[in-house]
Ligand binder design. Structure first.
Ligand code: F6R
Length: 341
């Protein structure tokens, strides 16, 4: 059919996926308290790490402890028994994550594993750590509900975050509304994701986000374009980009003309950053192919940021369609894993 790897179906099911993820995490018993935890770490790669970044931004203005994302074989020196460590791997077989897990165990961190199974699931069960087991069968990048929501629920359970039940309800409600606007049956004239895919087609997407609000969403859009459309994309974050990247819109003119810039905005963006965006647009607009702003929608921060990733998810799949490509297989990732085996 026109959804060979089931990517569109997995996208459509995201609200239900979030609800299921919440139920699965609620059933997990955790035998330590907030006072024992000084920092929270999410270790993982790719689709299994981006949920950690979304958690980091979500918790940023709510949690009394920092959330750090680790994408490596090794862990930073500060990790110890006061670290709550989520080891996240959808497959359970990512070697960097298995290595970080072994180190976390050595350091006596409070480990919780989030996986469909694999080696990581087996090890954690044998070692007696809680395992949040989520359903398999989809791409890790289509499983962001399974890979994000449980970390929020567990942090709230322990008392490291306020109860997130209402925000999750707000999120799933909003995703249900949004998918009706983004689904394949909605023609391009009314479909923002299809319009964005058309802009990106045969261009180089450059996604700008804002620190503390849409920064991870920009990173996610970039990754989704890479993995689903098999095309390059770049991302940067304000205000930082006003201190370097903004200088780079003079040369080479023919390359700059290929850039399609999308700025991801949120109503909670810092007012000074909003002003910076207005000025930045005037600096780049004549040099590049186009500049489009996309605003997040929804009530809670979780709904706004996570629903803006949803728009990017659909955009990347429609871009794959324009390129005549099946979004699901990630041959190069598989090739690397196989070469390293
Ligand atoms: C996303 C994807 C990759 C994986 C990454 C880690 O769909 O395929 O980004 O998420 O290679 O693998 P897992 O998630 O199995 O630990």
């Amino acid at each position: 059919g026109n959804d060979p790897g089931g990517m569109l179906k997995a996208l459509w099911n995201l609200p239900e996926q979030c609800e299921e993820a919440e139920r699965i995490a609620q059933a997990i018993d955790v035998n330590f308290t907030a006072t024992e935890i000084k920092n929270v770490m999410v270790t993982g790669l790719g689709g299994s790490a981006i949920g950690g970044d979304l958690l980091r931004v979500y918790a940023g203005d709510k949690a009394a402890v920092p959330v750090i994302v680790n994408r490596d074989y090794t862990l930073p020196a500060f990790v110890d028994a006061s670290t709550l460590l989520f080891a996240v791997s959808y497959s359970g077989n990512t070697e960097e994550t298995l290595s970080a897990y072994a180190q976390a165990k050595e350091k006596g961190a409070k480990i919780i594993v989030l996986t469909t199974g694999g080696k990581l699931g087996q090890l954690a069960e044998a070692d007696g750590y809680p395992v949040i087991k989520v359903p398999g069968g989809i791409s890790p990048r289509a499983a962001t509900g399974y890979l994000l929501i449980p970390t929020i629920v567990i942090m709230a359970k322990i008392g490291l975050l306020p109860d997130a039940g209402d925000e999750i309800k707000d999120l799933t409600g909003h995703l249900r509304v949004l998918r009706e606007h983004l689904k394949p049956a909605v023609p391009v004239e009314q479909n923002l994701a299809k319009q964005l895919a058309t802009k990106f087609y045969n261009r180089l997407p450059v996604i700008w986000g804002v620190s503390g609000t849409t920064e991870v969403v920009a990173q996610r859009w970039k990754g989704q374009i890479n993995e689903n459309a098999k095309a390059p994309a770049y991302w940067a974050v304000l205000p930082e980009l006003n201190h370097n990247e903004i200088v780079g819109f003079e040369k080479p003119e023919n390359v700059l003309k290929q850039l399609e810039v999308v700025i991801l905005r949120d109503r909670a963006d810092h007012p000074r950053v909003q002003k910076r965006i207005e000025i930045s647009k005037t600096i780049i607009k004549d040099a590049v192919s186009g500049v489009t702003e996309v605003y997040s929608s929804g009530n809670s921060t979780l709904a706004r940021t996570f629903s803006l990733t949803y728009t990017g998810d659909y955009t990347s799949v429609y871009l794959a369609t324009l390129y005549g490509i099946d979004p699901t297989p990630v041959k190069m990732i598989d090739f690397l894993k196989q070469k390293l085996a």
